[in-house]
Design a protein around this ligand. Structure first.
Ligand code: AMP
Length: 210
């Protein structure tokens, strides 16, 4: 099964993508995670991407498309894929459609996780990520020492989760990414999911449609 997850920053795409890809045994592809890992390694790609990622701007389409092409052409997505954070604008979505058509791969579902802006801002300002297992937590959860409750790794705040950058990322989402909701609705692939509430309940809501 091939799925795209849509939603504003902080809607819970990463958290849900990890659980759902495991349940369905499909490949989780997060362009944000790939970029952060390349930035950490200080690779050529990371060096090109860092200024965009840290300021909350979209990384240029050519760079992103190249990443996706390499992954899809690498052929390691036997049971399918779950895209988390890609496509991010209409240009990417159109290029992705063409790429899949050429490879004879069908996109099965596009899940749009809907959360209101106030909740998203609150979540992003409290969000911390485990530097070892990459699980995402809320600073209010049981992690007062900023240690991961699952693996004891250090919990760190993403640079782009500062108040100023969050505001910019939400603007970018409204302008660039939100039009994809209509794009995929027009193709009959879109399902809207209420992304508020308990993480497990949200997973169940998504699984109902898959
Ligand atoms: P995310 O982890 O999905 O919130 O992405 C973090 C940052 O990585 C974004 O704010 C962008 O700077 C960059 N990024 C991730 N995915 C894409 C994409 N598909 N196109 C352009 N930039 C991206």
């Amino acid at each position: 099964m091939n799925i795209v997850l849509l939603g504003a920053p902080g809607a819970g795409k990463g958290t849900q993508a990890k659980v759902i890809s495991k349940k369905l045994n499909i490949r989780h592809i997060s362009t944000g995670e790939i970029l952060r890992s390349e930035i950490k390694k200080e690779s050529a790609l990371g060096k090109k991407a860092v200024k965009f990622v840290e300021s909350g701007k979209l990384v240029p389409d050519e760079i992103i498309i190249e990443i996706i092409k390499n992954i899809i052409a690498g052929g390691k997505s036997e049971n399918g894929f779950l895209m988390d954070g890609f496509p991010r604008n209409l240009e990417q979505a159109k290029m992705f459609s063409n790429m899949l058509d050429q490879l004879g791969i069908k996109l099965d579902k596009v899940i749009n996780i809907v959360v209101d802006n106030k909740e998203v801002i609150e979540r992003l300002s409290k969000r911390v990520t485990c530097s070892v297992c990459r699980r995402v937590f809320n600073k209010d959860d049981n992690n007062v020492n900023l240690k991961c409750p699952e693996c004891n790794g250090d919990l760190v705040k993403r640079k782009d989760d500062s108040a100023e950058v969050i505001e910019h990322r939400l603007k970018v989402y409204e302008k660039e990414t939100k039009p994809l909701v209509d794009f995929y609705a027009g193709k009959g692939l879109l399902v809207n999911i209420n992304g508020s509430g308990d993480k497990k309940e949200i997973t169940e809501r998504i699984m109902e449609f898959l």
